[in-house]
Design a protein around this ligand. Structure first.
Ligand code: NZQ
Ligand code: ZN
Length: 392
């Protein structure tokens, strides 16, 4: 295991009806004037925004609001939010929604105190400070409620880029699984896929002797294989929703990834798909991740056998381990398909002829990227090709 620091200061406020306590927690963490940031309307329609406002009123906290965050959140709204916060004297950002809303809120939070273009931080500059951010989560997926990451798309060129900093870890996150019961099945499945992908990005590693994080990863994956089909079949199943919601946080606040090298190539490849076609991140991952696995499994066949046997219940073929590894990948793709995810370019709405554009946008030039297995532009092209034609 490698040396590590693990800093996860977020207070998680978990359970039914907890959004009514939002004002109390804003006060606890020093907010006096809040920006309530939300998406395209689901949080208004469900009555959640009303509950949050009432709770802020009761705590004597002032607020202004900015809705309209789109999935794959855009820089244009972040600029608007930064101006609004400066004009209104906002000192605390409250994201009410999913990963897109939270990431947009984090973009605003680093932009307000920064004397320059906030986009600098999505091009490699390290954030030095940020306004405090908190979340009321409405979808289990991105894990942004517990992570220090934010992913924003620059509308000019549809460039999707990320920043990571402990300044962006939420002060608190309200996590009420019942709030996710209004999700369409497709979004639930996209979220489940993203959660599993966050674990796999950490699971496939070259670091040896990482039994504890291997086992934690497997626990999250096995939970998702069990619970995702339950909520697709029965959207009001609170207990299954609760397990998934906590799994989503655990998958990405890095507790399952500390002390080990991580990969993140599938996310790198996917971000170009959701950037170019404006599709859901989880759907893009369903197409990319099993294809990436098929391309790289020979790098460490036994690690793929471990996934196959421990997570997907495959029988180990000791004479020919590759058979087991491939069976595990096949079961993963079949699972994704069974919960309604696309598995190839056509089902996602992507085009094979755009592969050179996708490869160019990744911006690796003549270099390589990734952790488990480093990839150059030829490797990336090949993975996109596998993804274009994947079938069951
Ligand atoms: O906009 P509204 O009307 O709220 O609708 C949203 C949106 O259309 C809807 N929705 C959310 N909660 C709902 C609901 N509909 C009904 N009932 C509810 N309770 O769901 C749609 C998708 O929402 P979005 O926030 O985009 O989903 P998600 O949480 O999957 O976030 C995706 C974004 O997060 C980024 C992705 O790249 C993508 O841009 N990621 C962020 C990460 C991070 N910050 O740590 C890590 C991830 O790997 C990921 O890249
Ligand atoms: Zn993700």
């Amino acid at each position: 295991m490698e040396n590590f620091n693990f800093y996860s200061p977020t207070e998680f406020v978990f359970g039914k009806g907890r959004a009514a306590e939002t004002g109390h927690f804003v006060k606890k963490y020093g907010g006096t004037k809040v920006l309530i940031h939300y998406g395209g309307g689901s949080a208004v329609k469900s009555g959640l925004i009303g509950i949050v406002k009432k709770s802020l009123d009761e705590a004597g906290i002032q607020y202004c609001e900015l809705g309209g965050v789109q999935p794959n959140p855009r820089d244009t709204l972040v600029y608007k939010g930064i101006d609004l916060c400066r004009n209104e004297g906002v000192d605390f950002i409250l994201a009410v929604g999913g990963g897109s809303v939270i990431d947009s809120a984090k973009g605003i939070a680093i932009g307000v105190p920064y004397n320059g273009d906030f986009w600098d931080m999505y091009c490699g500059k390290a954030p030095e400070k940020a306004l405090p951010v908190a979340t009321v989560l409405t979808i289990a997926a991105a894990g942004s409620e517990g992570s220090g990451d934010s992913v924003i798309t620059k509308e000019d060129g549809m460039l999707k880029r990320a920043v990571g900093s402990d300044h962006l870890r939420p002060k608190f996150s309200v996590m009420d699984p019942a709030l996710t019961q209004t999700l369409p099945a497709y979004q639930t499945a996209c979220g489940a896929t993203d959660i599993m992908a966050h674990v796999f990005e950490r699971y496939f590693t070259n670091t040896k002797e990482v039994e504890i994080t291997d086992r934690l990863c497997e626990a999250v994956l096995i939970t998702m294989v069990k619970e995702a089909p339950r909520v697709i079949a029965d959207p009001d199943n609170y207990d299954a929703r609760a397990n998934i919601m906590w799994a989503g946080m655990v998958a990405h606040n890095n507790i399952v990834g500390v002390g080990r090298q991580q990969d993140w190539n599938s996310h790198g490849l996917e971000h170009e798909l959701s950037g170019l076609y404006d599709v859901a991140h989880g759907a893009g991952l369903a197409v990319i991740m099993p294809s990436w696995m098929e391309y790289v499994y020979k790098h460490n066949v036994l690690r793929f056998c471990q996934m196959a046997t421990r997570v997907f219940g495959c029988q180990m073929n000791f004479e020919n381990p590759e058979v087991t590894a491939l069976e595990g990948i096949h079961r993963f793709r079949s699972f994704l398909h069974s919960i309604g995810m696309p598995i190839n370019f056509a089902e996602l709405g992507a085009k094979e002829e755009d592969i050179p554009v996708l490869v160019e946008k990744i911006g690796i030039g003549d270099g390589k990227f990734g952790g488990f297995m480093e990839l150059d532009r030829n490797d990336v092209t090949e993975i996109y090709r596998i993804a274009a034609h994947a079938s069951l």
